[in-house]
Design a protein around this ligand. Structure first.
Ligand SMILES: [Ca+2]
Ligand SMILES: [Ca+2]
Length: 274
């Protein structure tokens, strides 16, 4: 097979052993399943999965529930009420074909790849959740909900929680394309945003200032100066504060709009070139 194997240890919690990740490679992979001595690589349109021939593989998952049947559906609470079904129907099946949208999704993939191994895995989601929780501003209840929302999001969008299940840029583009053209999925895709807002709302005022917004960018590994630019764009009335509603609205709009004039394009920092 014409692909390279990148050996990299992902720090999945404290107790994970190192494992082999098929990296770049999978971006252009055409095969559905490749077997080697120790693993099976399976690629769908949305993600690739490396299945180890290991027994009792355990994912260290601080804060994450192991009981699927104990799931809460907190995301419902945060479903957008601003978009009617008819608005959604209008563009379902037609979104996600512009270069601009693809740039945005590539940008998001790069941000979500928090352990910088070139692919997005549940490890990245875990790092994201831990970093926001570690800011120390989420209540115990919201912390619990946040971990659950992140876990649900991963499982519903990308499948099983395993270090061998990873999402390349191309997989991510395909996956997000599917999401924004599915009414049910698109409504759920931003369920984590209210928790990011609460996590950086240091003084729990229900609004975030530019200093609090900088925390948001800092956690994602983005620059302060870009946080200021994004904040100014989102703070459309210029009162120095962003409400949760505005935050969620623009954060979500980033995923779905193909309008280059929308300010949501600043939400996740500078867009990657291609
Ligand atoms: Ca990663
Ligand atoms: Ca605040």
């Amino acid at each position: 097979m014409a692909f390279s194997i990148l050996r990299k240890g992902l720090n999945l919690g404290k107790s994970l052993q190192k494992f082999v990740v098929l990296k770049k490679a999978a971006e252009n992979i055409k095969v559905e399943s490749v077997k080697s001595g120790v693993t099976t690589l399976t690629c769908t349109g949305c993600y690739c999965s490396l299945t180890p021939k290991l027994a009792n593989f355990e994912v260290a998952n601080r804060g994450f529930s192991s009981k699927r049947d104990a799931k809460h559906h907190h995301e419902r609470k945060y479903q957008s009420s601003s978009e009617s079904d008819s608005d959604l129907e209008e563009w379902l099946g037609k979104r996600g074909n512009s270069d601009f949208w693809r740039r945005k999704i590539r940008t998001l993939h790069s941000i979500l790849d928090l352990n910088k191994d070139g692919v997005v895995s549940f490890d990245d989601f875990k790092i994201l959740a831990d970093r926001f929780v570690d800011l120390g501003h989420l209540s115990e209840k919201h912390t619990k909900e946040f971990y659950q929302v992140i876990q649900d999001l991963w499982e519903k969008q990308f499948g099983e929680i395993s270090p061998y299940n990873f999402v390349t840029v191309e997989n991510f583009l395909d996956n997000m394309h599917h999401v924004i053209n599915d009414k049910r999925l698109v409504r759920r895709a931003h369920s984590f945003l209210p928790y990011l807002f609460k996590a950086v709302d240091k003084d729990k005022s229900g609004e975030i200032t530019v200093e609090e917004f900088k925390l948001f960018f800092d956690v994602l590994g983005l620059k302060d100066e870009d946080a200021v630019l994004a904040f100014r764009a989102i703070d459309s009335n210029g009162n120095g504060k962003i409400t949760s509603k505005e935050f969620v609205k623009h954060g979500r709009d980033f995923f779905v709009t193909e309008d280059e004039d929308r300010i949501s394009k600043y939400f996740w920092g500078p867009l990657v070139e291609h």
